[in-house]
Design a protein around this ligand. Structure first.
Ligand code: ZN
Ligand code: ZN
Length: 186
């Protein structure tokens, strides 16, 4: 939990997910942003699509399709896997949710309505996920793509580590920490 600074971070660059001031409004705001996006793009925000997004918004964690299916069944939406998969596919295709490849799970988009390249920070201890933005076209990858004439359509940026609320626990259980994966440098 960060405290003190009265200055709000820019909503676009603020990573969302590890903590929020008011989680009830996270859910409400997320649903109304999705409604607006669907309305302006002529997309049908059906009850099951809305319910799946609501389930995702209720967590700052990625959820697997079967967890979502269980909750749909509890809410009376039936228990056929295609119901969950089709709704998830809709949400991902339209930028309302993202798939976390590392976890084979899904999370509500923190910035619906904006075109963005998401980057995820995944806590390896509690599986919480925060979404930030990446700018692959501006980095070394973008330079390489321009140099080779490659057109980047999608990148997957998933950083694994320890979230703020787990970091104290991790610090007190100091194990040998030589397992940092080194990927892109510079
Ligand atoms: Zn997003
Ligand atoms: Zn954690």
């Amino acid at each position: 939990m960060t405290s003190g600074s009265p200055m709000k971070l820019d909503a676009v660059t603020k990573p969302v997910g590890f903590a929020c001031d008011d989680h009830a409004s996270c859910v409400v705001d997320g649903l109304s942003a999705a409604e607006a996006r669907c309305a302006s793009n002529g997309l049908r925000f059906t009850p099951v699509r809305r319910k799946v997004l609501e389930i995702l918004l209720q967590e700052h964690r990625a959820l697997g399709a079967y967890v979502i299916l269980d909750r749909l069944r509890d809410e009376g939406f039936g228990s056929q896997p295609p119901v969950a998969y089709r709704a998830l596919d809709f949400l991902v295709r339209n930028g309302l949710a993202h798939k976390i490849e590392r976890l084979n799970a899904f999370i509500a988009c923190a910035h619906p309505g904006e075109n963005h390249a998401p980057a995820f920070m995944i806590c390896r201890l509690c599986d919480s996920v925060a979404e930030a933005q990446s700018a692959p076209a501006q980095g070394a990858l973008g330079a390489a793509a321009r140099a080779t004439g490659f057109k980047i359509e999608r990148t997957v940026v998933e950083a694994e580590g320890v979230c703020p609320s787990c970091s104290d626990t991790a610090a007190s259980e100091t194990t040998d920490s030589g397992s940092a994966t080194s990927e892109a440098r510079g």
